[in-house]
Design a protein around this ligand. Structure first.
Ligand SMILES: *Cc1c(COP(=O)(O)O)cnc(C)c1O
Length: 476
């Protein structure tokens, strides 16, 4: 299977190539040339199987033989062996036909673990096969950095650096980044904002000599490997509740459009999903786009659901490609309008495709807090604010005879302030996650200065410091 760019001007790549490339050289995102699919009988066969079994069946369709089955299977077992629940991503019932899919039982209590854990292993495997190394540099406002550093710590071929704004992430999030305890993983506290960190990453990618020397790479949510991993739980959750003979609905708290796009991919692969509901916070650009066909950037408003505080949802481009019947020229034109004038208007056929395939709704800050409180009073269940946004929206789309599955993307202990504001109680992390409390923190504090950060990456990475000869035995 080949992977093509949504902007149509980049050569088609193999799975392994697309995995390492991330973004296409024409600025587009990679998607499979054709959609693989399952028959209703095959989908029915997923019911009740271990998560890793279904993960293997789904991912094998996209890997398409490029990695030997037994190796792929071992990587999947390893990746999901890090999860602290025998069901990996368990379903919890909140009411009649009302279900929560808990995606936060991974090592950093965030749904990002589901994709990062397997992405790290896949990338390391492909690099090792070709005797290469690379260096990942990223910026994080909290969650992604922890999940990435944790996932990439055992990768011999990869040095990983994550910058975060000093003093602006929670203690819990900081500790997750600073207690990884691996020589190839580095947390950098920058004296600046998240935007400062982000813009330094962009400048480093534009700095060719640096980029080439360290073989700079990124693990942001546009990587096809991350999308692929997220398709799996749509199949496990839907079949657990009776698919394919029973249709189900999903509501997904949305930021970069990666998670909900994976649901769309599951549908392309044959899963019968009744409604796919986009849930946003007050940054509701996607909800407005669906309703009006006009995609107009505003200012990002900071909310109690920071992982959804996004105006540019990168993966939305993949949906535009599909909604326009894969018209790459149209995608290029829309992206140019967005860059130049801060907005684009969808052709009617594209807008109606999106409106036919997705429902959408938004929750205000007050509604989000009220939802945490209501759920706690009714069921005793504590949810995180991102999950609460989705539960609020899901309630407005509930249908009497169709199970509604809301994706729960973080453990409430990751966002204790919002939960305390809602119910006056502080949520606690599970005991195993508290272990990090005893570990020493390792972090490098740097000024908001690209030169200083590059110097640090050059000194600490194996490619930058000239130790890029790989041991044939595979030792670091
Ligand atoms: C990343 C994230 C989201 C949004 O997921 P997208 O794939 O970016 O839409 C929602 N909730 C939490 C807690 C997240 O970390």
């Amino acid at each position: 299977m080949k992977y093509i760019s949504t902007r149509g001007k980049a050569p088609a790549l193999t799975f392994s190539e697309a995995l390492l490339a991330g973004l296409a050289p024409d600025g587009g995102l990679y998607v499979p040339e054709t959609w693989p699919s399952f028959t209703p009988g095959e989908i029915a066969g997923f019911k009740g199987r271990p998560y890793a079994d279904v993960a293997f069946e789904v991912m094998a369709k996209f890997v398409d033989g490029e990695i030997a089955d037994d190796i792929l299977r071992a990587m999947i077992d390893d990746a999901y062996g890090t999860f602290h629940h025998p069901a990996t991503v368990p379903l919890v019932q909140l009411g009649p036909n009302n279900w929560l899919l808990e995606l936060f039982h991974g090592p950093t209590l965030a749904f990002k673990d589901v994709a990062m854990q397997i992405l790290a292993r896949l990338m390391d495997h492909v690099l090792t096969e070709t005797g290469k190394r690379l260096t990942i540099v990223g910026a994080t406002s909290g969650d992604t950095g922890g999940a990435a550093l944790e996932a990439f710590k055992s990768c011999d071929g990869i040095d990983t650096f994550f910058m975060y704004p000093h003093g602006k992430v929670s203690d819990f999030q900081r500790r997750q980044m600073t207690t990884v305890g691996a020589p190839n993983c580095h947390a950098i506290a920058v004296d600046g904002s998240f935007d400062d960190c982000q813009s330094m990453v962009k400048s480093m990618f534009a700095h060719e000599a640096f980029r080439e020397r360290v073989q700079l790479s990124a693990v942001n949510s546009i990587n096809w490997g991350r999308i692929m991993a997220q398709v799996v739980y749509y199949f496990t959750a839907a079949t657990a509740l009776g698919a394919p003979s029973q249709k189900v609905c999903f509501t997904v708290p949305t930021g970069n459009f990666g998670d909900i796009y994976a649901g769309f991919v599951a549908r392309q692969m044959g899963l019968r999903i009744d409604q796919l509901v986009i849930a946003t916070n007050e940054n509701d650009i996607l909800t407005r786009t669906r309703a009006t066909g006009v995609h107009k950037l505003g200012k990002v408003r900071p909310t109690i659901t920071p992982s959804m505080d996004i105006q540019i949802s990168s993966n939305f481009e993949r949906l535009l490609f599909e909604a326009s019947a894969r018209d790459a020229d149209l995608v290029v034109a829309l992206m140019r309008d967005l860059r130049k004038g801060g907005s684009y208007t969808l052709p009617e056929a594209v807008q109606s495709f999106i409106a036919d395939n997705f429902e959408a709704g938004a929750a205000s800050e007050a509604e989000t807090l009220a939802e945490i409180g209501r759920l706690y009073r009714e069921t005793g269940y504590l949810c995180d604010p991102h999950t609460a946004v989705a539960l609020h929206v899901a309630r407005q789309h509930a249908k009497p005879n169709v199970p509604m599955i809301t994706l729960s993307t973080a453990h409430p202990a990751k966002f204790p302030d919002a939960v305390r504001d809602a119910i006056g109680k502080t949520p606690h992390p599970p005991e195993w996650a508290d272990i990090a409390k005893d570990r020493a923190e390792t972090v490098t504090r740097l000024e908001n200065n690209q030169r200083d950060v590059e110097k640090f990456v050059l000194a600490e990475s194996r490619l930058g410091s000239g130790q890029n000869v790989r041991d044939p035995e595979g030792n670091p």
